[in-house]
Design a protein around this ligand. Structure first.
Ligand code: IPD
Ligand code: CA
Ligand code: CA
Length: 260
């Protein structure tokens, strides 16, 4: 199937997954490895639904999804799926949470979809064909650094990195307009794409947190990468920096100093 047609059909599947998680307002919760890291019956239901419904749309792709037992990026095409990004928000009904799917071919992001069922916003992009929110084109903003909005992810499951990661956040905060922490990295990155904020940093993210949004962000004219000296990959967890030109450069500088 042609990727643009796939984006439309897969987008409809993510919207249905959004309805599904909204229909489970008080899910059973279990703990996972790492500080305050939870999985709910809604994460599992959403993942099962996405695997069943995305699979037949593009049979050549394998799945690399957060709540699977094995995390292995296969050669060729892979769907990289986060069935709920922002599970802690979802559990506490602190709204921002989303369903994310990225389609990657041999390490290159080809298609990205992120759906926020609370705002009814579907962010989408196919490589080389622009970025959209609910079908309307979106672009990163051009805001002077001193007024820029910077979004920080606290890497909540990696307390050992708190000192270094808050040092990066402090340095960037002091040079720009203000700082936000929303609780869904996928939405943070899509908000840069939509021009609602300008930069993002988190000391550790997993590929399912950023795979879908990475394509959307790049198609909207912003940058995504990791700390200088490391290679950006969809294979394993890594620090993630993203933003418009000036803020991305500042993040590289600050992360290079505190995290490299
Ligand atoms: C988390 C969210 C959060 C970020 C964490 C992620 P999850 O995803 O994106 O904003 O700070 O690092 O793990 O666990 O809710 O899928
Ligand atoms: Ca996530
Ligand atoms: Ca998740």
């Amino acid at each position: 199937m042609e990727l643009q047609a796939l984006a439309l059909q897969a987008g409809a599947v993510l919207r249905e997954a959004g309805e599904l998680i909204r229909s489970i307002p008080h899910p059973a919760v279990t703990s996972k490895e790492g500080h305050a890291n939870f999985v709910t019956e809604a994460d599992v239901a959403s993942q099962t639904f996405l695997l069943e419904r995305l699979g037949p749309l593009f049979p050549q792709a394998r799945f690399f999804a957060e709540e699977q037992e094995e995390h292995q990026l296969a050669p060729g095409w892979n769907w990289i799926v986060d069935p709920i990004d922002g599970t802690t928000n979802f559990i506490r009904r602190y709204r921002p949470s989303a369903i994310s799917a990225g389609l990657v071919k041999d390490g290159e992001g080809m298609l990205g979809l992120v759906y926020d069922p609370w705002a009814n916003e579907l962010f989408s992009a196919v490589r080389g064909q622009g970025a959209f929110c609910n079908g309307n084109p979106i672009h990163a903003a051009e805001i002077p650094l001193e007024n820029a909005l910077f979004v920080f992810g606290t890497a909540p499951y990696h307390r050992d990195l708190a000192e270094a990661s808050f040092a990066v956040a402090k340095e960037v905060f002091l040079r720009c307009g203000d700082l936000r922490r929303c609780g869904s990295a996928a939405l943070d990155l899509c908000y840069i794409a939509a021009g609602r904020c300008d930069g993002f940093f988190e000391a550790v993210l997993s590929p399912w947190d950023y795979a879908g949004a990475s394509v959307i962000l790049q198609e909207a004219g912003a940058h995504i990468g990791t700390v200088p000296g490391r290679t950006f990959t969809y294979q394993e967890p890594q620090p993630i920096l993203a933003g418009t030109d000036a803020l991305f450069r500042l993040l590289q500088e600050a992360a290079g100093k505190h995290l490299a």
